[in-house]
Design a protein around this ligand. Structure first.
Ligand code: NOJ
Length: 715
C-alpha cells in the first residue's frame, strides 16, 4: 500500500482546529428542508463524512434512493469551496447487496465458499460505488450463539474460524487489491467488540465476556479483517463487562491498535458517543466527546458531539491537539487509500446486472442447506405440486433486512420460480386468500407438497429481537396437516435465524433451509428442488430442538461432569425434561449425492514445538469419493481438540475447511495443514501460545464427525 504520510503532514499543517474536527464528524444526508444549511457546513469544512441514510436503525427503515447528482454536488462544494478542499467520504449500509441483493450474511457464511463470498461482494462494490458509495459498514463480524438476537442475520454465526474466513473474503471482495480502483469500496469491520453477546439476545443489552473468551471467540474475525487490509472499524454500542466500548482505551487502542496493528480509523456507531450518558459513565456531552476521543475513537457518527465540544476541550487542556491530529491523520490516510484526492466524484458506468443476478442465484444456491431428504428430492418436473404456505407469493421477505436499495418487485417469488420449471400442474394456496382446508385438499391430490414457510424480514435486523424462535402456530399446523395427507412433503424455510426444529423436520420428508436468500433465492430453490443444482451449504450455527436449549453451540469446553458431550449424540443429563442434543449440528448439510471418506492420513504425526514455531506443520489428508448419482460439492471440515492444555479448550474447534467439487464416481484427495496459527490459543492477557502435547484431529462432513487421528507436538 502506498505511503501518504508526507501529503497528510502537509494537509495537517494547514488545517485550523475547527477544520480538523470537521474531518472527525459524520452526519447523515440532510432532508430537503435542511439541504442549504448542510451545504454551508460542507463549505466550512465541518463534514468529514456523510452517512447516506437516515435514522438510527436505517437498515430496517425504507430509505430514499440515492441521488448521485446531489452527492456530487456536495463533493464539489467540499473540494472547490471549503478552505481545505478535502473530499467527503460517503458511507452507507450496503450489507448484503445493493440493487442486486445477495443472501443475508449468515446465509452466505453457510456456503463455506470464500471465493464465492468474495465474488458476491465484488459485485456489490461495483453496484454501490456506481451510486457514490465509497465505504460500506460491512462485514459485521459479531460472533453470536443466540438466535433470538435480530442481528444474527448479519453475522457469521457461532464459529471464530469460519467468521475469520468470511471476514477475509468480504474485505477482499469489497476492496480488491486496492480500494482506490474503480468499482471498489472500503470495508468496515463491525461491531467491535462483543455486540453479539448481548444478554438474552436483546439488542443493545449488556454483555459479560471474560478476556480469555474475548480473545479466543470474539477477536479472531476482527484480526482476520484487519490482516486482510480492512481500513475502518466501527465500535459497538455495548459495554463489555461494564466498560462501554465507545470510551474504552483498552479495547480501542491497546487491543485494536497495539495488539492487532490496526492503522485505519474507528467510527462510532450511531449516536453511541452521546449514549455514554445513558450508559452512566459520562455526565454531559463534553465528557462523552472527551472520553471517546481519548480512548481512540476517531470519527463520531451522527450526534455531532465532537463538532460541538472538541474545540473547547482542547482549549481547556482536556484533549490534546496531538490526539486530534492523530485521529485526523487516520481519517485522511483512509481517504488517500480510497483515492478520493485523485477522483472525488462518482462517474456513473454501465453495470452488468444480469451477471450479478446470475452470481446472486449461484450464491443463494450454495447458501441453501439441505437438512433432510428421505429420497424425495429432487422431484421430477412432470410431478404435480401443491405449493402451500404463507411465503409462496412473498417477495420482500426473501430480500431480508438491512436491504436499502434492492427491489421487491424485481424479486421472483417461489410460485413464479417453480412454475417456470415445472412441466406438471401447480396448485398454490398461501393461507391468506384461501384457508388451510383448501391447502390440505391439494396436498391430498398432488404428487408432492412443497411448503414455503419461515419468518418475516420484519422480525430480523437491528432492534428486532424475538423471544420465540419457533415457526408460527399456523405454520406448524399446516405442516402436520400436510403430513397427514400421506404424500411427499418438502419444506422450504425462508428464515433469518435458526428456528426451533422440533415439530418441523420430524414431519417433513425433505427440508431446504433457504434463509432470506436475496433477489434470486426463489430461482435458486427451484433449481435445487428440480435437481438442476445440487445443494452444498452447511450450517454456520447449530439448529436447536427447542428454543429453551439456547445458547447451544458446538465449540464448548468439556464440563468434566455428566452433562459433558450433550452436543454429540449423547443425551447427557442436562435437563430432566428434554434432550438438548442439537437437532442439526454446526457444519451439517446434505447433498443429493453421497460422499465416502477414507481414514485420515498423516505423514508426520509428531513434530517438535520448535519446528512448529519455525513454520513447519502437520499435513493431513483424506480421500473423499463421490459414490452417489450426482456431481456435487462437499465441504470437508477439519476440527481439532487440544487434549491437554493449560486452559480448558473446546471439545472441537474448526481449523480448516475446503469446498470441493467431486464428480460422480470420482475421488478427491483433500489436504490440510495444521501449524502454528491453527494449533494455539490466546491466554487472557492476549499472548498466543502453542503448547506441546497431543491433539485429536477430526476430518469429516460436520462437527459431529468421529473420524479422527492423533498428532503430537513434542516439547
Ligand atoms: C446502527 C447499526 O448498529 C450499524 O450497524 C449501522 O452501520 C449504523 N447504525 C449506520 O446505519
Amino acid at each position: 500500500m502506498q505511503n501518504f504520510e508526507k501529503q497528510i503532514d502537509e494537509i495537517l499543517a494547514k488545517l485550523t482546529l475547527r477544520e480538523k474536527i470537521g474531518q472527525l464528524n459524520q452526519q447523515e444526508t440532510p432532508v430537503a428542508a435542511n439541504a442549504e444549511a448542510f451545504k454551508e457546513q460542507v463549505r466550512k469544512g465541518e463534514i468529514g463524512s456523510i452517512l447516506m441514510s437516515v435514522g438510527a436503525t436505517a437498515g430496517n427503515d425504507a430509505q430514499g434512493t440515492i441521488s448521485v447528482d446531489f452527492y456530487n454536488e456536495l463533493q464539489k462544494i467540499a473540494v472547490e469551496e471549503s478552505p481545505s478542499g478535502i473530499p467527503i467520504l460517503f458511507g452507507r449500509d450496503v450489507i448484503h447487496g445493493h440493487k442486486t441483493v445477495f443472501p443475508i450474511p449468515l446465509a452466505m457464511t453457510a456456503s463455506f465458499n470464500e471465493e464465492l463470498v468474495s465474488k458476491s461482494y465484488s459485485d456489490i462494490a461495483k453496484e454501490a460505488s456506481n451510486d457514490s458509495v465509497h465505504w460500506t459498514f460491512t462485514p459485521m463480524l459479531d460472533r453470536s450463539v443466540d438466535p433470538r438476537w435480530g442481528r444474527i442475520i448479519e453475522g457469521p454465526g457461532e464459529d471464530p474460524y469460519l467468521g475469520s474466513a468470511v471476514a477475509r473474503a468480504v474485505v477482499k471482495g469489497l476492496q480488491g487489491e486496492n480500494p482506490s480502483e474503480d468499482g471498489k469500496m472500503l470495508a468496515c469491520a463491525k461491531h467491535y467488540i462483543g455486540y453479539g453477546a448481548s444478554e438474552s439476545g436483546i439488542d443493545y443489552h449488556r454483555t459479560e465476556i471474560s478476556d480469555y473468551t474475548l480473545n479466543n471467540y470474539y477477536l479472531p474475525a476482527f484480526k482476520s479483517a484487519i490482516d486482510a487490509g480492512c481500513m475502518t472499524v466501527m465500535s459497538s454500542f455495548n459495554d463489555v463487562s461494564g466498560q462501554p466500548v465507545t470510551s474504552s482505551k483498552p479495547y480501542l487502542t491497546e487491543i485494536l491498535r497495539d495488539r492487532l496493528n490496526f492503522n485505519g480509523f474507528v467510527v462510532s456507531d450511531y449516536d453511541a458517543v452521546a449514549q455514554l450518558i445513558r450508559q452512566g459513565v459520562a455526565g454531559n456531552d463534553a465528557d462523552c466527546a472527551k472520553m471517546s476521543i481519548n480512548a481512540g475513537l476517531d470519527m463520531d457518527m451522527h450526534d455531532k458531539l465532537y463538532l460541538d465540544n472538541l474545540e473547547n476541550l482542547v482549549k481547556e487542556g482536556k484533549v490534546t491537539v496531538d490526539t486530534i491530529d492523530e485521529a485526523v491523520r487516520r481519517v485522511l490516510r483512509v481517504k488517500f487509500i480510497k483515492g478520493l484526492f485523485d477522483n472525488p466524484y462518482c462517474d456513473k458506468k454501465e453495470i452488468d446486472i444480469e451477471k450479478h443476478r446470475a452470481d446472486a442465484r449461484e450464491m443463494a444456491a450454495e447458501s441453501a442447506v439441505l437438512l433432510k431428504n428421505n429420497g424425495v428430492l429432487p422431484i421430477d418436473k412432470s410431478e404435480s405440486v401443491a405449493l402451500l404456505g404463507p411465503f409462496i407469493y412473498e417477495r420482500r421477505t426473501l430480500l431480508g433486512s438491512w436491504m436499502l436499495d434492492g427491489s421487491a418487485e424485481e424479486t421472483p417469488n417461489i410460485y413464479e420460480a417453480i412454475k417456470a420449471k415445472s412441466k406438471g400442474s401447480i396448485e398454490a394456496v398461501n393461507g391468506v386468500d384461501l384457508s388451510w382446508d383448501s391447502a390440505v385438499k391439494w396436498a391430498n391430490l398432488c404428487d408432492v407438497t412443497v411448503l414455503c414457510l419461515g419468518e418475516s424480514w420484519t422480525s430480523t435486523g437491528e432492534h428486532r429481537a424475538v423471544s420465540n424462535i419457533s415457526l408460527s402456530s399456523d405454520q406448524l399446523d399446516l405442516i402436520k396437516r400436510a403430513r397427514a395427507a400421506g404424500k411427499k412433503v418438502v419444506g422450504v424455510l425462508f428464515c433469518g435465524r435458526p428456528v426451533e426444529m422440533e415439530g418441523v423436520a420430524d414431519n417433513l420428508d425433505a427440508l431446504i433451509y433457504a434463509w432470506h436468500g436475496g433477489s434470486e433465492v426463489a430461482n435458486a430453490v427451484a433449481d435445487i428442488i428440480y435437481g438442476d443444482t445440487v445443494p452444498s451449504g452447511k450450517l454456520p450455527m447449530t439448529i436447536p430442538r427447542k428454543a429453551t436449549h439456547i445458547p447451544i453451540y458446538y465449540n464448548i469446553t468439556s464440563s468434566g461432569r455428566p452433562v459433558n458431550n450433550y452436543y454429540g449424540e449423547n443425551a447427557g443429563e442436562c435437563y430432566v425434561d428434554s434432550i438438548p442434543t442439537p437437532y442439526y449440528p454446526f457444519g451439517y448439510g446434505l447433498s443429493y449425492t453421497e460422499f465416502k471418506y477414507s481414514d485420515i492420513e498423516c505423514k508426520n504425526s509428531e513434530l517438535p514445538l520448535d519446528d512448529i514455531k519455525n513454520g513447519k506443520g502437520f499435513t493431513l489428508c483424506v480421500d473423499v469419493e463421490n459414490i452417489g448419482k450426482f456431481d456435487g460439492k462437499e465441504v470437508v471440515e477439519l476440527y481439532i481438540h487440544d487434549n491437554l492444555a493449560s486452559m480448558m479448550r473446546p471439545i472441537k474447534e474448526l481449523k480448516g475447511f475446503k469446498k470441493v467439487l467431486i464428480k460422480k464416481g470420482e475421488t478427491a484427495k483433500v489436504e490440510f495443514s495444521l501449524g502454528y496459527n491453527e494449533l494455539g490459543f490466546y491466554l487472557a492477557n492476549g499472548d498466543y501460545v502453542v503448547e506441546p502435547g497431543e491433539f485429536t484431529v477430526y476430518i469429516g462432513e460436520n462437527s459431529l464427525t468421529e473420524r479422527k487421528i492423533t498428532i503430537k507436538i513434542k516439547g
